[in-house]
Design a binder for this molecule. Structure first.
Ligand SMILES: [Zn+2]
Length: 249
């Protein structure tokens, strides 16, 4: 079954321009119907408290081994993205839980996933699936800032705010005017995840689906020259044609 409807749930903090984001997605998938909804939990009249069980306090242990009563994490609160996804999925009513409906939740909460290779949690900007989750905090925190930023930080030469000023422009920050374009790139990855059977990312470092590990990759692929590689443009075209004909028949 093909994706026909894309539902965008706005973030609470208003960092994203959803009209612009919806237009970007519609530019690639003109045959899908796209609507912008209030924040997910508000739209479905669910309490913000329901995501609390996905909070984590120990970044060096998997979700199953988290302390029973999760204390507040120092600094930014982290959430297990897959656990949060399971909780949110239960809120979606049956008539919209079929694959024709793609739910894209934009959140200010920092989503993370546990990596068994280095046995710790890492921030994630996007969690694909139902619903897909794009985290504005993940966009800021997950892709690494320039190497010199961390070297200066380790050297203890300056506090974080003055470092941010020194490296301004070279990474996406909270309330950054570039947040919308960055979020649109992750939204596209979430859509491609569905139309390609789970391939959200691209190897091509010039493609919008490139999995940016560095902020500089993110800025290049989503802001400076946002484009799909030829392969992914073709996949989108094929999808659009198929959906267009199935709508007519
Ligand atoms: Zn590509």
């Amino acid at each position: 079954m093909d994706v026909r409807h894309i539902h965008l749930y706005s973030d609470v903090s208003g960092q994203i321009d959803f009209d612009k984001l919806a237009k970007e997605v519609a530019g690639i998938f003109p045959v899908c119907s796209i609507d912008v909804r209030p924040p997910f939990l508000e739209h479905w009249s669910a309490s913000p408290e329901i995501v609390r069980p996905s909070a984590i306090s120990d970044t060096k242990n998997p979700f199953e081994k988290q302390p029973k009563r999760a204390g507040m994490h120092e600094g930014i609160q982290l959430f297990d993205g897959f656990v949060m996804q399971r909780i949110l999925a239960q809120v979606i009513p049956e008539k919209e839980s079929i694959l024709e409906h793609l739910h894209l939740v934009f959140t200010d909460l920092l989503t993370c996933t546990f990596d068994e290779d280095d046995w710790r949690y890492h921030g994630r900007a996007v969690i694909c699936g139902t619903p897909s989750i794009v985290s504005t905090a993940g966009i800021v925190e997950a892709p690494a800032k320039p190497r010199e930023f961390y070297l200066a930080q380790i050297g203890g030469l300056a506090d974080i705010q003055s470092l941010k000023r020194r490296f301004a422009g070279r990474f996406i920050d909270y309330n950054d005017i570039r947040m919308t374009s960055a979020a649109a790139g992750y939204a596209l990855q979430a859509v491609f995840f569905f139309i390609t059977d789970g391939q959200a990312f691209c190897e091509n470092s010039q493609c919008r689906l490139f999995n940016a590990h560095w902020q500089e990759d993110l800025i290049r692929t989503q802001i400076e020259s946002p484009a799909l590689c030829l392969k992914h443009q073709r996949i989108a075209n094929k999808f659009n044609r198929r959906l267009f004909h199935s709508k007519r028949s």
